[in-house]
Ligand binder design. Structure first.
Ligand SMILES: *[C@@H]1O[C@H](CO)[C@@H](O)[C@H](O)[C@H]1NC(C)=O
Ligand SMILES: *[C@@H]1O[C@H](CO)[C@@H](O)[C@H](O)[C@H]1NC(C)=O
Ligand SMILES: *[C@@H]1O[C@H](CO)[C@@H](O)[C@H](O)[C@H]1NC(C)=O
Ligand SMILES: *[C@@H]1O[C@H](CO)[C@@H](O)[C@H](O)[C@H]1NC(C)=O
Ligand SMILES: *[C@@H]1O[C@H](CO)[C@@H](O)[C@H](O)[C@H]1NC(C)=O
Ligand SMILES: *[C@@H]1O[C@H](CO)[C@@H](O)[C@H](O)[C@H]1NC(C)=O
Ligand SMILES: *[C@@H]1O[C@H](CO)[C@@H](O)[C@H](O)[C@H]1NC(C)=O
Ligand SMILES: *[C@@H]1O[C@H](CO)[C@@H](O)[C@H](O)[C@H]1NC(C)=O
Ligand SMILES: *[C@@H]1O[C@H](CO)[C@@H](O)[C@H](O)[C@H]1NC(C)=O
Length: 745
């Protein structure tokens, strides 16, 4: 060893001498026409030069260069070309058995092209496409299909070519892209018996083009909701995506591995942004109707496990997020290579371990990997081999492709798409591989993904963006109108069921005829009729007449069954979550099974409070969400309840507990802050709290001490509201809607 080391030192010494004699530097005057540049280390050897161009342009002939030992920024074949920012142009489409207009050898941004198929051929994909600012056509590849072969025509991407013209079972087609374009998607596809092609649609992209945050969000959301087996409401942008064959059932286990790049080139700042993006992703996935476990790995020369998927104390969304927040860029020390292979190998090893640990649910587990990288793997072997290990392992378990989704996000211009493409899944009509310009674009992309206000039918979800207003903030809120006699409010608890106050439906002697009830939902105030009403059997307005109490509101709760279910997407409405249900257990991210109704109560109505809550108030025609606090500590609750005797109807009542039973929650007053109180007609509305971005109803507004809700009421310390506590009427709720909503014990 010694002599060898000596030799190395000698060589270093020699080159050092040579360097001092004749210092090599690169041309300091290099520039780019129409753009800007940055250099990592001035004009020294190995300094890296990066060109930047405006949004709709790319640097030509190269986007980056390194100062070579011979003192040149560019390789010989680029030396005579002045670096210039060139506008992206879209490649020429290829359409067999049809035509398109206009015809040209490339197209400018904003140019539109329209397609037509010859007689007897049917057009699939986009009829017209517009050239987007990143040099890609919007929409999907246009195909003319005759229907005469087993599989449909597989299409040819603009800027590409196809070999193979037979589309029978087992026939293959191959794709390549024209010069300067790189292929993303599957380069080979095979016609299956099911009349589908294997893999995903190929695309030919300009090597310098990026996915916009909108494209990333739309494509990732489409693929991920497909994986979750969910329907998208609102403006479903990619409604033509085919659904997966195997639908993820509610409660299905989902194992999500997130891999973060911490190599030298990403730097500390990127790493911390990537952590935020990962947290955002975990938070969103955990909001859906699945039971995910998370594994988080950061990698540089070596992988470091931040949250271990097979540890119960690390793999829940909250635990993984906690661990992720604590992880620092420093954990990788000086080993700052980009070893994607080792990171994926770690995923593979964890998967093998989980097979032992989760053998009971093994058949149902779906795997998702989300890889973030800023460039090429530069050590540790070809990551493709580790991907193959993972694929082989999942296949060997007799799991279909539907059980594994591998997403790859490349952030920066250094990302080479064909390489990244190999690390992602290829599935029909879905995208798993993305190239994003910089971290701020990555953050934007993830802010826009998996917007659960437009996905699925989760309870207790509301639009919380800053410009959300009215019913979008509380989409479960309804008007319950007793035509000709009065108005109350209610809350949607399932598509066919609305909860309200029992006193709205009776005057103590006669109950309202169901034909006279109309329930109005959503921002368009769509009206529904009622099929059945269920007042709590213990509700009896006149039960205390012998005590000279004319109105007694214990058990003031009722459920209405509608004649037809509310279409949530059509009416822009949704259900609110109810306590002690399975769905709410999931919403608050507690274990199922393993979480009791008592756990829900401790979490939602903790003592000592006060507990932050809201209800919806109506002042004239103006409807708004109003914050209040529920008094849960004994002292505050007693003070709150004592004010019940200030109500005009209760002036002669000898003891407050004659009118305020254990079933009530108390809000309002001046402690700890001055709170607004309900108005006439607010009765029946929900008192709700928020947990993990989800809303859960804990009470039904029954009555208030003061018969007004204006500023006069604000001045009165004894202005209080009383709500029926849903935790106290669970057996009845279970009896009426237990078949529709799963309650826990
Ligand atoms: C092709 O595009 C160029 C540049 O946009 C344009 O000048 C030319 O007229 C087009 N040719 C045809 C045939 O439309
Ligand atoms: C394309 O059209 C949009 C909207 O019409 C416009 O804002 C943009 O400047 C156009 N881009 C180019 C490169 O012509
Ligand atoms: C492509 O863009 C045009 C213009 O913005 C739009 O009208 C069209 O619907 C888009 N097509 C698809 C498939 O998104
Ligand atoms: C989780 O439990 C494992 C042992 O099963 C332990 O090694 C690990 O440190 C724990 N992690 C945390 C974050 O407490
Ligand atoms: C997969 O299925 C084949 C044939 O049905 C069976 O022989 C094999 O044991 C199965 N493998 C596993 C891991 O379940
Ligand atoms: C990231 O890219 C976008 C889109 O080109 C650009 O507008 C933005 O300034 C870039 N941000 C940074 C921090 O470079
Ligand atoms: C909703 O419609 C009902 C009648 O169906 C009406 O009484 C009520 O005022 C309407 N509410 C709003 C907010 O438009
Ligand atoms: C619900 O409404 C949406 C949007 O109007 C519609 O596409 C869908 O078919 C409706 N669903 C049902 C079950 O009626
Ligand atoms: C309270 O008692 C007085 C005197 O008996 C009676 O006049 C009044 O009507 C009672 N008020 C109520 C609300 O019952």
């Amino acid at each position: 060893m010694k002599p060898f080391r000596f030799l190395v030192l000698c060589l270093a010494f020699l080159t050092g001498v040579k360097g001092n004699d004749n210092p090599v530097t690169c041309d300091p005057n290099v520039h780019i026409v129409g753009g800007t540049l940055t250099k990592s280390n001035g004009n020294e050897v190995n300094s890296v030069l990066k060109f930047e161009c405006p949004d709709t342009q790319y640097p030509f002939p190269v986007s980056s260069a390194k100062c070579s030992k011979s003192g040149h920024w560019f390789r010989s074949f680029h030396r005579n070309i002045t670096p210039t920012c060139k506008a992206f142009r879209c490649p020429v489409p290829v359409l067999e058995d049809g035509m398109f207009l206009p015809v040209n050898n490339s197209y400018e941004i904003n140019e539109t092209i329209t397609f037509e198929c010859y007689d007897a051929y049917e057009l699939h994909g986009s009829v017209s496409r517009i050239c987007m600012k990143n040099g890609r056509w919007n929409g999907t590849t246009t195909v003319c299909n005759s229907g005469s072969q087993h599989c449909p025509h597989p299409g040819i991407p603009p800027g590409g070519r196809k070999s193979g013209t037979s589309y029978g079972i087992g026939d293959k087609v191959e794709y390549a892209c024209n010069g300067g374009l790189v292929l993303v998607g599957s380069s080979k596809r095979e016609c299956l018996e099911s009349k589908e092609w294997t893999g995903s649609e190929p695309n030919c992209q300009h090597k310098s083009s990026f996915d916009s945050p909108e494209e990333v969000a739309a494509a990732f959301t489409a693929s991920f909701t497909n994986l979750l087996g969910m329907t998208r409401t609102g403006d479903a942008k990619n409604s033509d995506t085919t659904a997966r064959k195997i639908i993820l059932s509610k409660d299905a286990p989902l194992h999500v591995y997130i891999l973060l790049d911490a190599s030298e080139s990403v730097g500390e700042e990127y790493f911390s942004e990537a952590k935020n993006v990962a947290e955002n992703l975990i938070d969103k996935i955990a909001s859906f109707d699945v039971w995910p476990r998370f594994g988080v790995i950061s990698y540089a020369s070596d992988p470091v496990v931040i949250a271990n998927l097979y540890d119960d104390n690390e793999s829940s969304a909250d635990d993984a997020i906690g661990l992720l927040r604590k992880a620092t860029y420093e954990i990788h020390g000086d080993g700052r290579g980009t070893n994607i292979y080792a990171a994926l190998k770690k995923v593979f090893e964890t998967m093998v371990l989980t097979k032992v640990q989760f053998k009971d649910s093994w058949d149902k587990i779906r795997f998702v990997t989300v890889l973030f990288t800023d460039g090429k793997a530069n050590m540790g072997g070809n990551p493709k081999a580790a991907v193959q290990d993972i694929k082989d392992f999942v296949n060997a378990q007799n799991k279909s492709e539907d059980y594994l989704d591998m997403y790859a996000f490349g952030v920066s211009d250094d990302v080479y798409m064909p390489e990244l493409n190999d690390l992602a899944s290829q599935k029909p009509n879905e995208r798993h591989c993305f190239k994003i310009q910089n971290t701020s674009e990555l953050v934007k992309s993830f802010d826009a993904i998996l917007d659960f206000t437009t996905i699925g039918d989760l309870c207790g979800v509301a639009d919380e963006t800053p410009d959300a207003a009215g019913r979008n903030q509380y989409p479960w809120h309804t008007l319950v109108e007793m035509v000709g006699t009065g108005k109350c409010r209610g809350s949607i608890v399932s598509p066919s069921w609305v909860m309200t106050a029992a006193h709205c439906l009776t005057d103590g002697k006669n109950e309202v005829d169901i034909n006279m009830i109309s329930v109005n939902v959503g921002i368009k105030n769509k009206s529904f009729k009622v099929k059945q009403k269920h007042l709590h059997p213990l509700f009896d307005l006149g039960a205390m007449l012998s005590e000279n109490i004319n109105q007694f509101y214990d058990y003031d709760v009722a459920l209405l069954e509608l004649t037809k279910p509310i279409n949530f997407s059509e009416t822009n409405s949704r259900s609110i979550c109810l306590p002690c249900t399975r769905e709410t257990t999931r919403a608050i991210r507690r274990k199922f099974p393993g979480t009791s109704c008592k756990d829900h109560e401790l979490e939602m109505l903790p003592t000592p409070g006060p507990v932050q809550a809201d209800f919806v108030r109506h002042v004239g025609l103006v409807e708004s969400m109003v914050p209040v606090t529920i008094k849960t500590s004994e002292g505050q609750r007693k003070a709150c309840e004592a004010n019940a005797l200030q109500a005009p109807e209760y002036k002669n009542v000898s003891h407050v507990h004659l009118v305020v039973t254990d079933r009530f929650l108390c809000t309002g007053g001046h402690e700890p802050v001055v709170e607004k109180v309900s108005c006439k007609g607010d009765s029946g509305g929900a008192l709700f709290i928020q947990k993990k971005r989800r809303y859960i109803q804990v009470g039904v507004l029954s009555w208030g001490v003061i018969n007004s809700c204006d500023n006069v009421a604000l001045k009165e310390k004894y202005a209080r509201d009383f709500h029926i506590n849903l935790f106290k009427v669970l057996p009845w709720l279970k009896m009426i809607i237990g078949k529709i909503i799963t309650f826990i014990n």
